[in-house]
Structure formats: structure tokens, C-alpha cells
Design a protein. Structure first.
Length: 163
């Protein structure tokens, strides 16, 4: 498994989040294209509706897009989101975790400020355990739960989950 790139970012409420803050538990870092678009809303609401189940399994969730805190606050308020949305206006996290992609598509996404929809599962020891390249927006929380459960049952320290 690859060590997850460290980060230090503010959420929609100005609260600082660092990768080190999540050491000892699973972290689902999910990148999404834009606040308040149909698929992004379905994905966020799936996490919102199952946040307690995620927490019971020791999984924290952070959403990330390239929009500012104002857009994130409006999105979170409108849909009663109960988890942090990290502000990545400079696209630092998006680049570090591959959410922009490569080539012309990556260049275009960086210009538009719209990430690929991916979820990076980070193990309690700070390593990338799995990347979900095409998340199921309607059942995203279930997908995260199943992936972490499979990882806890099937991986040994230093062994990656399949992507």
C-alpha cells in the first residue's frame, strides 16, 4: 500500500482537518465534481443518511471539491449534510490524490475546477487501501462500508486491497 499524501485543509465551517487527525481509523476521502449537482447531491445524501453506520464501523468521511467555503456551506445547509466538505480551491488535494486525472482531461478539469468522482479509502495506519474509481452515487455509503469490511477481513498489514 502507498502512504496517503498528507493534507491540511479547512472545511466549510473553517475547521482545520489534517490526515494525521484521522490516524487510527478508516478515512473515506471522496472527491466530487461540483456542489449541488444531481449526482453529487445523491452521493452526499447517501453519506449523510448512513453517517451513523459509517461512524459505528470507525469510518470518517470527508468530501472534497475545488469550490470555496461559501459554496460548500450552501450545499451542506441545503441538504443538511452532517460531515465536513473540504475546501480545495487551489486543487492541492485533488492533484495529490489524482482527482484531476491526466492529459487533456486533467488539464480541462483543473481549468473548470471539477474533479473526477473518486473515493480514496485510507487505512488506519495512513495508507491508501483502495481507490473507488466509479463510485455508486446512490449507494456510496454502502460501497464504503463493504470496501472497508472486505479490507478489514482480507488484508494483512502492508497488503493492499484490490481496486
Amino acid at each position: 500500500m502507498t502512504t496517503a499524501p498528507s493534507f491540511d485543509a479547512l472545511d466549510q465551517n473553517g475547521i482545520r482537518h489534517r490526515l494525521a487527525d484521522y490516524r487510527g481509523r478508516w478515512l473515506a476521502l471522496y472527491f466530487y465534481p461540483r456542489d449541488d449537482t444531481p449526482h453529487c447531491t445523491q452521493q452526499a445524501c447517501s453519506v449523510r443518511d448512513h453517517r451513523e453506520a459509517l461512524a459505528e464501523h470507525g469510518i470518517a468521511v470527508l468530501g472534497v471539491s475545488a469550490q470555496d467555503g461559501t459554496a460548500h456551506r450552501a450545499f451542506a445547509a441545503k441538504h443538511r449534510l452532517n460531515f465536513p466538505l473540504l475546501v480545495d480551491a487551489g486543487q492541492t488535494l485533488g492533484r495529490a490524490y489524482g482527482a484531476l486525472g491526466d492529459g487533456v482531461g486533467g488539464w480541462l478539469r483543473s481549468r473548470l475546477g471539477a474533479y473526477r468522482r473518486i473515493t480514496v479509502l485510507i487505512s488506519p495506519d495512513g495508507r491508501i487501501a483502495k481507490v473507488i474509481d466509479t463510485p455508486d452515487v446512490q449507494d456510496h455509503a454502502g460501497e464504503i462500508l463493504r470496501s472497508v469490511a472486505a479490507g478489514q477481513a482480507a488484508t494483512l498489514p502492508g497488503e493492499a486491497l484490490s481496486s
